[in-house]
Design a protein around this ligand. Structure first.
Ligand code: GDG
Length: 469
């Protein structure tokens, strides 16, 4: 096969760019915001690297182009492929199953066939771009089959894979049709990275159970190669959040928000994609119960929930939206007053500046997923609190809970425990809160997203590991 010239290739469902408005017939792109992009882009740029991914729009084929020294290789998807590979197999089968099946996974043969075909297209595009002996880093659950496909085409490559979501226990994984193909897909990599060691353990146990392999520590021999499975907990760009939190405009916005919400009312905040894994319903229900029991009054506190629209065409997300909106309406109806709603629900996307202003304004940040690979919102909240104030209520089922030991840890399935955690955070002594926040801030400062990328690439080896310093 003909080889390309790129020493480092990142492969992800999405390209790290968004289309920006331009003259008709002209293409204009801007780098997408977000920690992953800012963590990987410097290595990609320095190594004259490339990025393979979808533009995010169906039937869109702009062809390859360069942006800020990065070669971008779009993988076009038809509307039907978006439906079957992305909304179907990725987000209606794998996503719920890998999150403890908190919603029933849907299994369809046509989705699996399209998923495989699209994974092959990603693998072929990558095989064409990568130089002899190049390093390739494949990301996430949409591309589980790519490492093996790529290895078959290009045995000379160093292949890393990182899973951003949890890896389920063996019993749950076993429900997946064609489960061994997915596992073999991942075993095509030299290094498989997870958010938590729990996930790496699940993966190694599965390799033993399903394929009869014999893992030793974090390594397993497969087809004459060694595959390493290890946790690399992802993080955020602390300096970006810190800069926004220090911005006078952002601070003024935080003060304005507090004023608008009613002066001295204490602010509970949730910020999530509207996703059933995030525990939004449970959190709102718990807040309603605190109001009903008189443990918190509407004069004393308010809940703001930003629920960013996500996967709008998937039925389970539409149903979740209806349930959440009904519950918010009920609580506001029962416990609100004219000009004083207990719950402010925003089904909207906000700018980074607005999010950080909300983090600064919030007395209690609620991060209560039923299951979450990591959860970056928890780390962003901590990063924003340069004032060492504020409390974090954090589900024990997030990757972040393994790291942030100053949080008020809760079990989101237990509404009493959620209420206990929320009330404890609200009533905590300011000196205790400051000590907790200091511990969490020093952890996030020491473990930011640059370190995450560097550690993964160092263990993976190959041409970029020396560059990533
Ligand atoms: C997956 C895994 C893992 C949210 N609303 C808005 C907005 N956001 C930003 C947040 C944060 C990011 O989106 C969400 O990251 P999370 O980690 O919380 O959750 P997922 O989207 O599910 O991410 C997760 C992550 O991958 C990384 O590996 O941690 O476990 O599920 O950065 O701030 N950003 C803007 N407006 C919004 O309205 N601008």
């Amino acid at each position: 096969m003909e080889q390309g010239r790129y020493e480092f290739v990142v492969v992800a469902n999405r390209l790290p760019v968004d289309r920006v408005s331009s003259e008709p017939g002209e293409e204009a792109w801007a780098r997408s915001p977000g920690g992953l992009v800012s963590a990987l882009e410097p290595s990609v740029r320095q190594s004259r690297g490339a990025w393979v991914g979808w533009t995010g729009a169906p039937d869109d084929d702009p062809g390859q182009f360069e942006l800020d020294g990065v070669h971008l290789r779009p993988v076009p998807l038809s509307a039907e492929e978006v439906d079957q590979y992305y909304e179907g197999q990725s987000n209606s089968t794998i996503w719920p199953l890998f999150h403890d099946a908190v919603e029933q996974p849907v299994h369809r043969r046509t989705w699996r066939v399209t998923y495989e075909a699209v994974n092959r297209r990603f693998a072929e595009a990558t095989a064409e771009l990568a130089a002899e002996g190049a390093t390739v880093w494949v990301h996430d659950y949409q591309l589980l089959l790519v490492p093996r496909m790529l290895r078959e085409a290009r045995p000379d490559l160093r292949i890393g894979f990182f899973l951003h979501i949890p890896f389920p226990p063996v019993e749950l994984f076993m429900q997946l049709p064609r489960r061994a193909d997915l596992l073999r897909g991942l075993l095509g990599a030299d290094l498989v990275g997870f958010q938590q060691s729990l996930a790496a353990d699940n993966f190694l146990q599965l390799a033993a159970r399903l394929l009869g392999l014999e893992p030793e520590g974090e390594r397993v021999e497969y087809e004459g190669r060694t595959v390493t499975a290890r946790a690399f907990p992802i993080s955020i760009d602390m300096s970006e959040i810190d800069r926004l939190a220090a911005d006078p405009g952002v601070q003024a916005e935080a003060r304005r928000l507090r004023r608008e919400l009613g002066g001295d009312r204490r602010l509970f905040l949730g910020v999530d994609r509207l996703d059933y894994t995030k525990g939004i319903e449970q959190r709102i229900e718990a807040y309603g119960e605190l109001l009903a029991a008189g443990a918190v009054s509407n004069d004393e506190a308010v809940l703001v929930q930003v629920a960013t629209p996500s996967r709008l065409r998937v039925a389970q997300y539409q149903q979740l939206r209806e349930r959440v909106e009904r519950e918010v309406g009920r609580i506001n109806g029962e416990h609100g007053d004219v000009g004083k709603a207990p719950v402010h629900y925003l089904f909207q996307s906000r700018t980074r500046e607005e999010l950080v202003a909300l983090y600064l304004a919030a007395d209690v940040m609620l991060v209560t997923p039923l299951r979450d690979g990591m959860n970056l919102v928890a780390k962003e909240y901590v990063a924003a609190r340069r004032d060492e104030q504020g409390a974090l209520v954090l589900s024990e089922f997030t990757g972040a809970a393994a790291e942030l030991d100053g949080a008020f840890v809760v079990n989101p399935y237990d509404v009493d425990d959620l209420e206990r955690g929320m009330a404890a955070a609200l009533r905590a002594d300011p000196a205790d809160l400051a000590a907790r926040m200091r511990r969490m801030r020093s952890h996030v400062r020491e473990h930011d997203v640059d370190r995450w990328a560097r550690e993964f690439l160092d263990v993976l080896g190959g041409p970029v590991s020396s560059l990533s310093r």
